[in-house]
Design a protein around this ligand. Structure first.
Ligand SMILES: [Zn+2]
Length: 103
């Protein structure tokens, strides 16, 4: 009685038969197990890529600090690098503008 279908090719297969007569593969292999295995084998490494408020504030007050952090984090923590980079740039521009008024 061909009441099942091959999980590999979809060909109607006798449920008593282990191997598919059409493609020759294991007709009832569990695809779900395979999918679960791939999900489990790759545990996602969670890298906290978010610059703290204090670091951003520090970069704003001392743009040179932000610049250094930006260069250090550029490859490993792009989001943090961007945050401190922008803070440093704004801080630098504001301070440069402030100095130019007094000079
Ligand atoms: Zn098959």
């Amino acid at each position: 009685m061909k009441d099942k279908h091959c999980t590999n090719c979809g060909h109607a297969v006798d449920s008593a038969t282990k191997y598919c007569p059409n493609c020759g593969n294991d007709a009832f292999q569990e695809i779900v197990n395979d999918r679960e295995r791939t999900n489990r084998s790759e545990p996602q490494r969670v890298v906290i890529d978010q610059a703290g408020c204090l670091v951003v504030l520090l970069s704003f007050i001392f743009p040179i600090v932000g610049l250094v952090l930006f260069l250090v984090w550029m490859n490993t923590r792009p989001n943090s690098a961007k945050a401190v980079g922008i803070a440093a740039l704004i801080g630098f521009l504001l301070q440069a503008g402030g100095f130019s008024i007094y000079v």
